[in-house]
Each structure stands twice: as C-alpha cells, then as structure tokens.
Design a protein around this ligand. Structure first.
Ligand code: F0G
Length: 467
C-alpha cells in the first residue's frame, strides 16, 4: 500500500469549540493582535508549538498509573535512566522539569563571562541562558539555510568552514564546550547530517572542546538522515541515534518534543564528576536527583515516550503528514521553506506579503489573518521575535527572515485538520493584496513576542515601550 495512515486509532477525544469570524475579530483585538494572549479554548486548530502538546499513548497512561512517587530512589527514575542509557549511551541521567532547566544547570557549571558557545543555531532559551552568564551564543548555520527555496537536504548542518576559522583564531575567547541543535528548530526544523556532525567533532577534538547536543527532536533528525542519506537507508533509527550520540559528551533534552510527553526533560552525560556537581545544584533549584522537579508519572511518560518515538511507522507517518501539509500549501503557490522538516512547516511571510515592510511585521499580520480566517493559531518567527535595536544608534533592525511557523503537535491532529489549515491559508493568500501592516504599540524589553501588543497601522498609535 502506498497510502500511509496514522499508526494508531483514537480512544479519547477532546472536543473543539468553534468560533465565528466576528467573535474572532473581537478576541484578537482584545488580545492586542498577539496570539499568545488568546485563550486556547478560542482556538480551533492550535499550531503554536509542538512542545508539550503530544497526545499520550495508552501505554504512557498505563505506565503513569504504576508510577512510583517516592521522594528518593523511585522505581520510575531507574526505568527512565535505563531507557536513556540504552538509547543515547550516557550513563549519567539528571531529570529536570523541561529543556531550559537543563540549559541553566549545565551552563551554570561550565560557562563563564566572556566565553563563546558555538552552535548551528541556539534555540532562544539556550541563547538567553548563555547570555545571562555574560557569555556569547554564536550561531554558525549552514549557508544553504538562508535560501528558503533551496532543496539542500541538511540545512540544519553547522557551517564547518566558519567553525574551523573561529577555532583557529588567535584571539578566540574560551569555549568550554560546543553545541548543535538537532533538528535545527530555528532553521526550519532541518536536520544535521552525520557527516557534518563527525567533521564538527573532529575539528572540536583538535582543540579539546567537548560537544553537547540539544536533542529535543533527535528521533526526527535520525529519521531524516535515514530518509535523505542513501548510505543510512538500511540502518535502524536506534543505530543512527547511537552513531549521533557517541560523538558527544552529553545532551540536553526537552522531553516535551521527541519525549512525546507534556512536561519534562533531562541532562545526560558521561562525566561522573561533572554529574555529581550538577546534581548538587539540581537539589537547590529542581529537586532531588531521582525526580528533578517532576512527578514519578512524568518520568514514566518520558520513559515510554522515548521508546515509542523510535518506532519507524510513527516517524514515517509524521514525516508524511508534514509533507502533505507542505504539498497542499505549495499547490496554492504559498511560499514555504523547503524541503519540509517534520515538526513544523515554515511559511515565508516576507514572500507571502511582499508589500508589507519588515517594520510592519508581515509574519504577525499573517498569523493574525490566519486566526481571523479560520481560528488557526501559528507563531511568528520574524522581526517581532528576533528584531533588535542597534545599541549604538538606537535604530530598529530586522530579523534575518520573516517566517510563520505552523508547528505540528505529535499524534494530535489528522489529515482533515491539515486540509482545513491549507484552505485557510489559501483563502488568506487570495486576498493578500488587501492586507495592511501592524504597528507595535507596547513592547517589553525581553522576549517581546510573548507579550507585545499591536494595532493595525491605519490607527498609527505611538510606541510606548516599557523600557
Ligand atoms: N531546545 C530546542 C531546540 C527547543 O525547540 C526548545 C523549546 C528548547 C530547547 C527548550 O525546551 O521548552 O522544554 O524548556 N522549544 C519550544 C518551541 C518552546 O515551541 O519550539 P523547553
């Protein structure tokens, strides 16, 4: 059979509340044209994030029922530790409440002011945690990543030439470790290739620099390696995952993505001494080292989720559904980043709305129009999220690109939900010439995309930033 179906059937359903276009107009203007301020019950299809939004399997619910909630040494921790060691090969496993807690913990031990940490692209919390320590988070993405229409299969690679140049600089600041994010969320959810990882590690080893992997979407990266590199076509996902992680000193994991869980994460590593320092710190902020801020049932959910995410029929269905959405959008001429990854489709709002300048936020306009059209919630990844102010001139600077991310919760939506999203975006595309920009009228100093408020440019209100 050529038709790929969901490798599961539905046992529990969560009803969706429908809203009318005029209700949505009122909701959006109350929310200051920011979808983060819209209540989830007012959303029909929620593609804001693939993080913590997975549907749990019956095996996960069953495991959660026999979780061990003991404060110290709970059985659920040992089950999780065994699974993590089996899959990733790291003997030291430190649970945390989510990925950014792992970042804060590791960086707090290893990073000093003035250091530089290199990656293909740091996720925003990773960057913020590095910068909070006075260090620099340096992104060296592959050059193909900026060409959204290029079909290069491994746009999540790190740019090896730039890494080599940086490492050999005489005045290079201290680099206690290096990172790579797989798949590269900020680069369209594109994978890094095994060849790129091996060469990266060869360069790092020559300077005695260990690698830590941001593993949030590790199984999707492994599946895309299998799909896109003929030499790995006959390897199992487990084998590919082993080949990736044997290159690293450790990994930081947000289990809210490929852990198929609603909360949780872990730090896994080889170095026993570093692990014991981290565990001491963990007790101060997260909890005892055998639960790390999670309930026993969360540890169980992650332990089962990590085993389920390696199932190739699940990964095939996930890749095929992302591709289905991508093809549907392309068939209407909607510009998206290609080739599609697995956790999200990225619409190029700059090309979708070329008449709206970056400082009137084409991505935010598109996100609002998609909500007004059909109650679909997506996330702007452009000059609202990454626009900056030049500290020397005070001038506003644009992001590198104006994208809208349609993130795909795992096992939650079906093909007809994607048909609905395709129709909604196609309708907005048909009337794109009539759309006008937005003006930011309130903006906090940091992470402004979460709380900024906007108004249609026609009203031209003054910007009242609170900083
Ligand atoms: N690393 C990557 C690559 C991520 O995508 C995220 C979260 C984190 C780390 C942080 O993990 O949320 O568990 O603390 N990404 C979410 C998203 C929020 O929507 O892409 P966390």
């Amino acid at each position: 059979m050529r038709t790929v179906i969901e490798p599961f059937r539905v046992k529990t359903v969560e009803p969706i509340k429908f809203t009318t276009a005029s209700e949505r107009q009122a909701i959006l203007s109350r929310a200051g044209y920011n979808l983060f301020s819209v209540n989830a019950e007012d959303v029909i299809v929620d593609l804001l994030t693939d993080s913590g939004t997975s549907a749990l399997s019956h095996e996960q619910w069953a495991a959660m029922m026999h979780a061990d909630e003991s404060y110290a040494g709970c059985k659920s921790f040992f089950r999780l530790r065994e699974t993590v060691e089996k899959i990733f090969g790291f003997p030291e496993v430190i649970p945390v409440h989510q990925g950014r807690a792992a970042e804060r913990l590791l960086f707090g031990q290893l990073v000093m002011s003035g250091d530089v940490i290199v990656s293909n692209t740091h996720f925003d919390t990773t960057r913020a945690n590095i910068e909070a320590l006075g260090a620099t988070a340096l992104d060296l993405p592959s050059r193909e990543f900026l060409q959204s229409a290029s079909m290069y299969p491994f746009k999540g690679d790190i740019d090896l030439e730039s890494v080599a140049d940086f490492l050999s600089r005489k005045d290079r600041p201290r680099m206690p470790f290096a990172m790579i994010t797989i798949t590269n969320n900020a680069a369209g959810g594109q994978p890094a290739s095994l060849e790129n990882l091996r060469e990266y590690v060869r360069l790092l080893r020559a300077h005695d620099i260990p690698l830590f992997i941001d593993a949030a979407r590790f199984a999707e990266n492994a599946y895309l390696i299998k799909l896109r590199s003929p030499e790995y076509a006959n390897q199992s996902i487990e084998q590919i995952v082993k080949s990736i992680f044997e290159l690293a000193e450790g990994c930081l994991m947000s289990a809210k993505k490929d852990g198929l869980s609603n909360i949780g994460g872990f730090l896994a590593l080889r170095d026993k001494q570093l692990a014991s320092r981290l565990k001491e710190q963990l007790i101060l902020t997260e909890g005892f080292p055998t639960y790390g801020g999670l309930a026993g049932r969360d540890l169980e959910s992650i332990h089962v989720g990590l085993n389920e995410v390696l199932d190739e029929s699940y990964l095939r269905y996930r890749a095929v559904s992302a591709e289905y959405l991508a093809r549907g959008l392309l068939s209407h001429g909607i510009p998206i980043s290609t080739p599609p990854g697995m956790h999200a489709i990225y619409v190029d709002a700059g090309r979708f709305l070329p008449h709206i300048p970056w400082h009137e936020f084409p991505g935010q306009v598109l996100v609002c129009e998609l909500y007004l059209e059909a109650g679909v919630r997506a996330c702007e990844i452009g000059s609202v999220m990454f626009g900056k102010t030049d500290p020397s001139t005070g001038k506003a600077l644009p992001a590198k690109s104006e994208l809208v991310r349609l993130a795909l919760p795992r096992r939650a939506y079906s093909q007809s939900h994607y048909d609905y999203v395709i129709e909604a975006l196609a309708n907005v595309f048909d009337r794109k010439a009539s759309l006008a920009g937005l003006k930011m009228v309130e903006a906090p100093c940091r992470l402004r995309h979460f709380t900024a408020r906007f108004e249609p440019v026609a009203t031209r209100a003054n910007l009242s930033a609170s900083c």
